[in-house]
Design a protein around this ligand. Sequence first.
Ligand code: FEO
Length: 397
Amino acid sequence: MSVIKILPDIYSVGVVDWNVRNFHGHTYTTKRGTTYNAYLIIDEKITLVDTVYGPYSAELIENIQQIIPVNKIDYIIANHVETDHSGALPAMMKLCPQAKIFGTEKCKDGLYHYYYEDWDFQVVKSGDKLKLGKRNLEFIEAPMIHWPDSMFTYCPEEALLMPNDAFGQHLATQERFADEVDPCVVWDEAAKYYGNILWPLGMVILKKIEEIKKRNLPIKIIAPSHGVIWRKDPLQIVDKYVSWAKNETLPKVVIVYESMWGATEKMARKIVEGIEKEGVSVKLFDITGSDRTEVIKEMLEARGFLFGSSTHDNGMLTTIAGFLDFIRGLKPKNRLAAVFGSYGWAAGAVKQIEDIAKETGMELALAGLQVKYMPNKGDLEGCLEFGRKFAAVIKGR
Ligand code: FEO
């Protein structure tokens, strides 16, 4: 990534990871790559806000050297321990061993347990300020957005918020600002990021946004640690986070199924027809061939979820089992669900999925629909009706 001046004496010095296709231990597919953003502030005290993933240390250092010699850095702000932002610290600290690192108590502990180094570390809390010269930085602890150590850094003189992972997107681009990129792509990746990483943390996110709004902090630029920077109407992403965190939904249904010999798939396709007849938006995914990260993005604003599986060994099939296990961790709220599936001699999948849906907090809107072996004409009419009824409930909420 080229070094870009985002404000007078403030530079984006991070790197683009064009080719990364999996993130967080293969829990997140990154088809558009990502960036690891770091920001260099030139003031009386030269300050770097966050670093980058370790394998890109040399590129970060080269970028900084285009502005100043790395050994001139006085302060490094560590907003987050996770290695995609702290991984270059060991290489950086070899070149500027005098630099003081600032972060939360949990960050201090986390960095120690990642790198086992005794760097000069100053613990900061919400409200603590750091004078750089003409500018100041203020720290806002943001625990569980999305790790216990997470922190936002705010520069009041520039109305610049650097919230690390929050408001980010896994999006590799040469452009640095959201208004320079196709908005469909930016919002697609922002939703995917929220849905797959932040969805379970809605309550914490709402409280933090409320806390910041109450303080009336002017915010002209939101510069996250992944993807593009929000400078044109930056609060639009904050408003979107509020909506997602409140689990606000649209009249839309997402159907996710796995079929052994095609019977459950036939049911699913007929259910789609029923939903369409009610004029409700619907998306259908065979989970065995779908990208789970994309499916979750589609579910983020959907009011209704339908899950289908053939019965195998008295339970559901294995790919959908893994998918539902992931959904259980995301804890979606305010969702209606129903379950369908085929069986041979002993049904089991539908009940098993219904139990998971209830345990996850979904409301079962209809009794489960089961078909023995292959659906006949009457069974398919039942599937169509099942779809219609489910759509009617979705519209009514
Ligand atoms: Fe982008 Fe939580 O690291």
